[in-house]
Design a protein around this ligand. Structure first.
Ligand code: 5GP
Length: 307
């Protein structure tokens, strides 16, 4: 190339910076797919828009191997079956290939199907450090008509936590007594450490008087509530990205290294359970996430709540 045809240095520097940024964005997207922070169906839909560079420039081969439990052999068989060339990028798929891939994804990763009926018993769950507590507290502060359930726990209070407001702090004997007396709607050992449970009475009273009740509990608890009251609405709170979730966990600084590693393992398992939920809400900003959760409770229930 002669000097007159070579792009100026500044352009080349800018272009290589853009290429690095694009690679990073694709790597972050693959992590989000692997950790199930985004659904593969969402990524495929976004890739049709060339403005979403990370999704549209992602190679179909990389997309498939980012999916849980898809290795190179399975990937090649799927591409063959769907008649998609391995050199394709998601944004470059033809309409028929796109539809075939979407159908395969739906069969392999069934999408969350929002329930049309709404309930007055709302359960907010999601991975550790996603900000469930902050969203729940925001709802409690701005919506006095909604009862935020106060759980019982065997863990010690943190500085600033008030007995009866943040939790009912009880010892193991009292927790056992509550279980035996049938006073808990659900209970679980969280992070393999302390026990947490939802007192049944205040919830039943609030529901009977027509109030909406919000439970901010872990995944095991959410499953128990679903079994006890199938009309409950289960909402899964998602982080904007896996990196953001790790950042929130580390940034909180209240846990040591071992505890953080344990919570990240738990978070990964919890993200994998989101398809059991009725709705997913991304916690981008607290106020917006809180509004979306409240919106899910504002129509009358399709099924009558238990008295
Ligand atoms: P923390 O100790 O940080 O306040 O809460 C730890 C975890 O316990 C959070 O994920 C929270 O959702 C969960 N949790 C709080 N209360 C309950 C409860 O009553 N039942 C269940 N199953 N989990 C709870």
């Amino acid at each position: 190339m002669t000097d007159s045809h070579r792009p100026p240095d500044v352009d080349r520097v800018a272009a290589s910076r853009r290429a690095v940024a694009a690679r990073r964005a694709r790597a972050a997207l693959k992590k989000d797919i692997a950790m199930r922070v985004v659904s593969p169906q969402d990524v495929l839909a976004r890739s049709a828009d060339s403005a979403d560079a990370a999704a549209s420039t992602l190679r179909v081969t990389e997309f498939l191997t980012a999916l849980p439990a898809i290795g190179a052999g399975k990937r090649d068989r799927v591409l063959d079956e769907l008649r998609i060339s391995p050199v394709k990028r998601l944004g470059g798929l033809g309409a028929r290939q796109r539809a075939a891939l979407a159908e395969w994804l739906d069969s392999r990763f069934p999408p969350v199907r929002p329930r049309s009926g709404r309930s007055r018993l709302l359960v907010l769950a999601g991975p550790t450090a996603v900000g469930k507590g902050t969203v729940a507290a925001h709802i409690a502060a701005h919506h006095p008509e909604i009862l935020l359930s106060v759980s019982a726990t065997t863990r010690a209070p943190r500085p600033g936590e008030i007995d009866g407001t943040h939790y009912f702090f009880v010892d193991d004997d009292e927790f056992d007594r509550m279980i035996d007396a049938g006073e808990l709607l659900e209970y679980a050992t969280v992070h393999n450490r302390h026990r947490y449970g939802t007192p049944r009475r205040p919830i039943e009273q609030a529901l009977a008087s027509g109030r909406t009740v919000l439970l901010e509990i872990d995944l095991q608890g959410a499953r128990q509530v679903r079994a006890a009251d199938p009309s409950a609405t289960l909402v899964f709170l998602l982080p904007p990205s896996w990196d953001e979730l790790v950042h929130r966990l580390v940034g909180r600084g209240t846990e040591d290294e071992e505890e953080r590693a344990r919570r990240l393992r738990t978070a990964k398992g919890e993200l994998a359970a989101q398809s059991e939920f009725d709705h997913r809400v991304v916690n981008d900003t607290v106020a917006e996430a809180a509004r979306k959760v409240v919106d899910l409770s504002e129509a009358p229930a399709r099924y009558p709540s238990r008295p």
